[in-house]
Ligand binder design. Structure first.
Ligand code: AP5
Ligand code: MG
Length: 211
């Protein structure tokens, strides 16, 4: 049983690393960003509530997030643990998980400098069908513009425009970074340096997990 949180600014590689660790450990990734994007695409109630916040690079209200996560972690595939990617993102979300009795083995904060974030997100391309993530130069797909996994077209996320990215970074520093102190107090926080390629960062994460 392994319950993990991946923390870090936009573009830190939370989703990229969660996909790798998920495969290695055989536990699912729960990404609120991916769940919300799927809800927007399907036009559900949650999607309708979330869209304007996401487009503006603002946080979706805590009650919406707490609801979708509480429901997701009850699914049978979470029985052996899971990785939370992009949640919790506020102290209120962290407290809600704690009040529900959830305890984490490791909270991994990927430490990415602000000036790296813009380059990462400018070059990011994602598959709208399966959510796989690429980078034009750091992690290109085998065939340009096409997903390696499912063959669908790759797109740029609408919230990856320079102005929205700057706002997302501000929100990260003011709302989410305080979670580091929250989990430090609970002795589960590890900082992982974001240097080198995707594989080097992954090696550091696996070392923290003792794997
Ligand atoms: P979300 O989807 O969670 O976005 P984010 O936190 O801003 O993070 P990103 O997905 O942009 O970055 P990432 O760290 O996953 O990086 P990636 O692996 O793609 O949230 C989106 C929105 O949804 C929020 O703004 C908010 O509105 C809402 N939301 C979601 N959760 C919420 C919550 N809990 N509460 C409230 N609102 C919520 O990597 C980035 C790029 O870099 C890729 O191109 C990748 O290939 C490349 N890369 C990765 N690692 C490396 C490396 N080591 N070297 C070189 N390139 C690398
Ligand atoms: Mg992500």
């Amino acid at each position: 049983m392994m319950k993990l949180i991946f923390l870090g600014p936009p573009g830190a590689g939370k989703g990229t690393q969660a996909a790798i660790v998920s495969k290695k450990l055989g536990i699912p990734t729960i990404s609120t960003g991916d769940m919300l994007r799927a809800a927007v695409k399907e036009g559900t109630e949650v999607g309708k509530k979330a869209k304007s916040f996401m487009d503006a690079g603002k946080l979706v209200p805590d009650d919406v997030i707490i609801g979708i996560v509480a429901e997701r972690v009850e699914k049978p595939d979470c029985a052996l643990g899971y990785i939370l990617d992009g949640v919790p993102r506020t102290i209120a979300q962290a407290q809600a998980l704690e009040s529900a009795g959830v305890r984490f083995d490791h909270v991994i904060s990927i430490e990415t400098a602000d000036n790296v974030v813009e380059e990462r997100l400018e070059g990011r391309r994602v598959c709208q069908n399966c959510g796989a993530t690429y980078h034009l130069t750091n992690n290109p797909p085998k065939s340009e513009g096409t997903c390696d996994n499912c063959g669908h077209a790759l797109i740029q996320r609408p919230d990856d425009s320079a102005a929205t990215v700057r706002h997302r970074l501000e929100v990260y520093h003011s709302e989410t970074e305080p979670l580091k102190a929250f989990y430090q107090e609970r002795n589960v926080l590890s900082l992982v340096e974001d240097a080198g390629d995707i594989e080097s960062v992954n090696r550091r994460i696996m070392a923290v997990l003792g794997k």
